[in-house]
Design a binder for this molecule. Structure first.
Ligand SMILES: [Ca+2]
Ligand SMILES: [Ca+2]
Ligand SMILES: [Ca+2]
Ligand SMILES: [Ca+2]
Length: 450
């Protein structure tokens, strides 16, 4: 059975049946292994098998760059990526930076690095009525990659499209008048564009409590070069709290969908003071409701920023890119899955840049004796009870090879994946996971280990 994968999905009825029997663990192991052999075989877990992916990228891993003043740190607005490159926007310019570069030390002129304004040199942003680029999005249509830049100006805002291969201009479109600002773009898997107004809703001075959905006619664009935007259905989407009540989020700065499209991450805030619901908000796009919000200065989903005097720190854009499956050489030292910009505005001086990195994975190592156990790879927790105390919907718990005490006493009902890394895991002689083994726990199910 070496290398066999074991998977289990336990709904409430299954758990109830299991708890009614004394031979709970025996049933559990048999159930897991039957599913593993009969259904999964040796295939990796995929969204087809697990419709609820693990996209809760909430565990703060660190900052990199970390309060760094560099030639690209002035007025940074956001970032996105394709398979091999970062795309970073500042207020007036765009950078293309291959992933393998160190984000603190790369230079303009390094091979593969491109740095330019978003429109042809004979023209300029101001002549087109723009004074600000927001946080960008990336979309591939057919063979070509495109960078979508939200463009703001006095009285109107628009979209500029660039070819990612050389950041050359590919097209432009203007939004309807009610769209008074376009601080960020999030693009879904179909190429539809989502954005909020910056802080007012265009018709009155109320705080923004919604964002907009625009269709983009990609076939027409490829055929004719014309960008045709339409109103998506629904076109206006409210930000809802966990109870379904609309909430304002003024000063939104970035937005990105998780790969499945199930979650929308939104960053918000302003350098000159705290605003309502600033930080990072995460919405379930199927219900529209808030499922997680970052904390400021404490907790696992820590996005620490200090607006107002004296630091003037401002949240900016964000992107999702899984860098933990790549080597440090490939990533230039970047890590995690969610990457969020924080700009340390230094008025009249050069701004400093932070990029905060977050992960869905809680690490456990029974042999770790160091301090500051927080579930990161550098400071892992020691046992699965500690991990269950920390775990959230959409998390993963990764156990380093070893022998652990009895797995857990109690029940657990968060959507989590438990897996072994590197080698076999023995949990108290009750549960064994091979290096490719894993347990998957559904959001509405539950797991009890006794
Ligand atoms: Ca600083
Ligand atoms: Ca911004
Ligand atoms: Ca500052
Ligand atoms: Ca500075």
């Amino acid at each position: 059975m070496a290398g066999m994968k074991c998977y289990g999905y336990f709904d409430r009825d299954t758990i109830a049946r299991m708890k009614n029997r004394r031979a709970t663990l025996t049933s559990l192991i048999i159930f897991i292994c039957i599913i593993g052999v009969g259904v999964i075989g040796h295939l990796p877990v995929s969204a087809q098998i697990w419709p609820e992916p693990y996209e809760g990228y909430y565990l703060m891993r660190g900052n990199y760059p970390d309060d760094d003043e560099s030639h690209w740190s002035d007025e940074v607005q956001g970032l996105t990526h394709d398979e091999n490159n970062w795309y970073i926007t500042t207020r007036y310019e765009v950078w293309k930076v291959p992933l393998h570069y160190n984000l603190e030390t790369f230079e303009n002129g390094d091979p593969g690095v491109i740095h330019r304004p978003p429109i042809p040199s004979e023209d300029n942003l101001f002549n087109r009525g723009y004074n600000h680029i927001g946080s960008p999005a990336y979309y591939q249509y057919q063979e070509n990659g495109y960078l979508l830049l939200p463009m703001e100006g006095a009285g109107h805002c628009g979209l500029i499209l660039l070819n990612t291969r050389d950041l050359s201009f590919a097209g432009e479109a203007i939004f309807p008048a009610y769209q008074s600002d376009a601080p960020w773009f999030a693009v879904d898997k179909y190429g539809n564009i989502f954005t909020a107004n910056n802080w007012h809703d265009g018709s009155q001075n109320s705080d923004v409590d919604h964002y907009y959905n625009y269709t983009f006619n990609w076939p027409l664009f490829v055929e004719t070069g014309t960008i045709e935007l339409g109103e998506g259905i629904p076109h206006t989407i409210p930000f809802l709290d966990e109870y379904g009540i609309p909430i304002p989020i003024p000063y939104t700065q970035g937005g990105v969908f998780s790969e499945s499209g199930d979650l929308l991450y939104v960053s918000a805030g302003m350098y000159d003071g705290h605003s309502t619901n600033d930080g990072i908000s995460v919405f379930d796009t199927r219900t529209g409701r808030l499922v997680e919000h970052s904390t400021n200065g404490y907790g696992y989903f820590n996005y620490e920023f200090h607006p107002g005097w004296s630091k003037y720190e401002e949240p900016e854009g964000l992107t999702i890119w899984d860098l933990d499956q790549k080597s440090t050489d490939e990533t230039g030292g970047a890590y995690g899955q969610l990457h969020v910009v924080l700009l340390d505005v230094d008025p009249a001086l050069h701004d400093d840049i932070y990029v905060s990195h977050y992960s869905n994975t809680i690490y456990i190592d029974t042999s770790y004796n160091g301090e500051n156990k927080d579930g990161t790879p550098e400071h892992p927790l020691n046992n699965i009870s500690e991990a269950f105390s920390l775990a959230w919907n959409g998390s993963r718990i990764e156990l380093k090879t070893g022998t652990y005490p009895k797995p857990y006493r109690g029940s657990f009902n968060r959507h989590t994946q438990i897996l072994a890394s590197e080698g076999d895991v023995n949990m108290g002689n009750y549960i064994f996971l091979s290096s490719t083994g894993m347990l998957n726990i559904g959001k509405n199910g539950g797991l009890s280990l006794f």
